[in-house]
Design a protein around this ligand. Sequence first.
Ligand code: NAP
Length: 285
Amino acid sequence: MNINALTKIVGLIGYPIDYTLSPDMHNAAFKELNLNFVYLPFRVKSEDLPLAINGLSALNIVGVNVTIPHKELVMKYLDDLSEEAGMIGAVNTICVQNGKLRGDNTDGKGFVASLREELKVDPAGKKVFILGAGGAARAIGFSLAKLGVKRMTMTDIEMPKAERLSADIKHHFHGLWLDTVGLNDRKFEENVLDCDILINATPCGMHQDDPLLINPDWFSSNQVVYDIIYNPGQTHLLKAAKEKGCLTQNGLGMLIHQGALSFELWTGEKAPIEVMRQAIVESRK
Ligand code: NAP
């Protein structure tokens, strides 16, 4: 990497960000396309967020990804939002152009791109079940609603959160058939049995002793099971689903595709997806 006065700087703002894979993924892509860009991690605590955001333009930084805990708070410091970011209510990508900051959200679109490209599955017309109603579920839910899924069911350990997300999505997509079910509700099993695509958007599965949220007997071989967790690469949920013959995918696909979409916003170039994937695989060894 040859850094000079013309090098364009992008990066990641969040706290903590100790385990981020994004610098490896983006810097490999810049190298592949011979772009004079560099991607840097910026550890920014909540109290420093306004200063950091105001400094982006002054430092000629071209753009940043935004992660936990700033995705929602950051919106009030931006000049403009994409339709997606405005609907979702969270920003994961900022572009700096002519001193103006525009917020976008590539998480949901990245999830959909992964479904389409890795699994060759088009969510339009499908029945979808989403576990979790946090930030990632919000981005995924809006993107799937926009694509015209047939039905969406969601749950969360805190049901008011699922109900709030459901109401927010319905507010924008009036015709969508959208339900919430409690984890102990009888309809929970019925809806899982009947769905085409089941998505885990909770952190449950990151640890070895986390419970399995779904009874594996409810899976069938015509279902797709997508766990957005990427560490570990195979959660208990994915293992159980695979054993039942489901088509499965871990969160690496979403991570790579959301990153690729940010890359394209900053550089205007088509992202080299396979190079980005390989860089992540190498950095996890
Ligand atoms: P978040 O905002 O904290 O949302 C997670 C939601 O799941 C929360 O509402 C949480 O409730 C709920 N939850 C936790 N345990 C549950 C359980 N056992 N049953 C039902 N609901 C449960 O987190 P996030 O940002 O959406 O991220 C969720 C996961 O996705 C994390 O593991 C993250 O690393 C991963 N992720 C992956 C990608 C990717 O690119 N692959 C992108 C974003 C996130 P409480 O608030 O009560 O705990």
